[in-house]
Write a protein that binds this ligand. Structure first.
Ligand code: G6P
Ligand code: MG
Length: 214
């Protein structure tokens, strides 16, 4: 039986994946790099500098570390403007119900986000206190798809990885959950999230009893 659940934030609980997309698109195009939804799929779950490196790989220009930091900062400033207007109304359908179902079933609840804005987003959504432990980018050395972030969350929750399950919308995130030895619930398209044990279109289709016994 599973005793803990570890959620991703962006794209699972709220649609900040859309804001990351918009901010990266503007940044990429400012550098003459074509950017579309298909390319964006590879960036989901990838940390800020890792995402920038993937975008700039398509540019013929070479960037200094200083230039890259300036570009990453510009993207983040735009992103911060986009999330500044968020409210609890930006919680995705089923998100609060899923969290409350897990709580009612006595599961420990963790959050594993590589976003340095995770605490701000949780605060704006008004759900910080629904989590027993939050791991963000500042606490880990390696981002997704490395298993570290899910393993750190499991350890903090005091539950062995095999008794945890993870919930993710990103290919890299599902890979991270599986590498950590956990059951993976994908949120999105089964054709994209092939490594997940089960894929649901959104948290509105979250069925806790299916995952607890898996
Ligand atoms: C999440 C998103 C990524 C984003 C990363 C870093 O994992 O899925 O798209 O690049 O967080 O976010 P940050 O807010 O630190 O730039
Ligand atoms: Mg995500």
């Amino acid at each position: 039986m599973k005793r803990a659940v570890i959620f991703d934030l962006d794209g699972v609980i709220t649609d900040t994946a859309r804001y990351h997309y918009l901010a990266w698109k503007r940044l990429a195009e400012s550098q003459g790099v074509h950017f579309d939804e298909a390319f964006n799929e590879h960036l989901k779950g990838i940390d800020r500098m890792g995402s920038l490196d993937l975008i700039l790989a398509s540019s013929p220009r070479r960037y200094t570390q200083e230039e890259k930091l300036a570009l990453a900062t510009a993207k983040n400033e735009h992103y911060k403007v986009l999330i500044a207007t968020m409210t609890p109304g930006d919680l995705l359908p089923g998100a609060v119900q899923a969290l409350d179902d897990c709580r009612a079933a006595g599961l420990k609840i963790g959050l594993a986000s590589v976003s340095r804005n995770a605490f701000t987003v949780l605060d704006r959504l008004g759900i910080t206190d629904k989590f027993d432990y939050v791991v963000d980018a500042g606490m880990i050395a390696k981002g997704k798809p490395d298993p570290e972030i899910f393993l750190v969350a499991a350890q903090a929750l005091g539950v062995p990885p095999a008794d945890c399950f993870g919930v993710e919308d990103a290919v890299a995130g599902v890979a991270s959950i599986k590498a950590a030895g956990m059951y993976a619930v994908g949120v999105g398209d089964p054709a994209t999230l092939r490594q997940a044990d089960v894929v649901i279109p959104s948290l509105a289709q979250f069925r806790l009893s299916d995952y607890v016994a898996a």
